[in-house]
Design a protein around this ligand. Structure first.
Ligand code: MG
Ligand code: MG
Length: 258
């Protein structure tokens, strides 16, 4: 079932969500050539736990070993933080974090450029951010879930960018993953109707090539089949009578590390 949350419950989700927003600002200083994804994960964990009662929601979820999913270049999602994966100049790295606070979950992802990236990679980052913004704008009462995917499709159309179809956003609240699923493709007016009180993790995952993916032998890391780079931006968003409310938004304007 799709839960409808009260404004007080949405405030509680925003409390945890604001930790992720500030985390993404904090992390920017560490995203440099030479740091390992394990090193980034340690920063994530200590930052989240420095807030009273807050825990990284992904740690142990379905058995995941890290505090965050950290995915580099052609990795789309669910990268396991490792000492052996060290960021290099020109890479991109996605940090996907959940926070659980007072029994409520929030979920957000951000793809950082590591130093200077090439023009195609920048184009991918720009398109992915723009598609998230467009999907959030469509998260209004009376629209349907299909309007969100349609907004992502309209944003990337003609840009030579693939939309990963086999991974979706989701409702979120007491659990990280709740109904409904939020595909990144869709038809306007189709799918469940959006109502005030729904809380949704909206998360376009785009690639510079194929929209096809596969899972590595570690049974976690999802990569593009053709090895093209992938970016992923995500916010937890409440549908309210006053329009979409971004609950993980403190870090929306994270400066690109230089
Ligand atoms: Mg996420
Ligand atoms: Mg999510």
């Amino acid at each position: 079932m799709i839960h409808l949350r009260t404004s007080r419950e949405i405030d509680a989700i925003a409390e945890g969500g604001s930790i992720i927003g500030r985390l993404f600002e904090h992390l920017a200083q560490f995203v440099r050539p030479g740091i390992s994804t394990k090193g980034l994960d340690e920063e994530v964990e200590s930052f989240v736990r420095s807030h009273d009662g807050a825990v990284p929601a992904f740690k142990g979820l379905y058995g995941f070993p890290g505090a965050a999913c950290i995915s580099v270049n052609e990795e789309v999602v669910h990268g396991i933080p490792k000492d052996s994966v060290v960021l290099g100049e020109g890479d991109i790295v996605t940090v996907d974090v959940g926070v659980r606070l007072d029994g409520w979950c929030s979920d957000s992802a951000y793809t950082y450029p590591v130093g200077d990236v090439d023009a195609d990679t920048q184009r991918l980052l720009d398109a992915t951010r723009a598609s998230l913004d467009a999907a959030i704008e469509a998260a209004v009462e009376g629209n349907h879930v299909g309007d969100l995917g349609a907004a992502v499709m309209a944003t990337v159309e003609g840009r030579g960018i693939g939309i990963v179809r086999d991974l979706v956003g989701h409702g979120i609240g007491r659990e990280v993953h709740e109904e409904p699923q939020i595909p990144n493709i869709g038809r306007p007016g189709h799918g469940p109707k959006l109502r005030a009180g729904m809380v949704l993790a909206i998360e376009p995952m785009l690639s510079l090539g194929s929209d096809r993916i596969r899972t590595l032998e570690d049974r976690w890391t999802v990569v593009t089949r053709d090895g093209s780079r992938s970016a992923h931006f995500e916010h937890t968003v409440a549908v309210t009578a006053d329009g979409p409310r971004v609950l993980t938004g403190a870090g929306r304007e994270v400066p690109n590390p230089v």
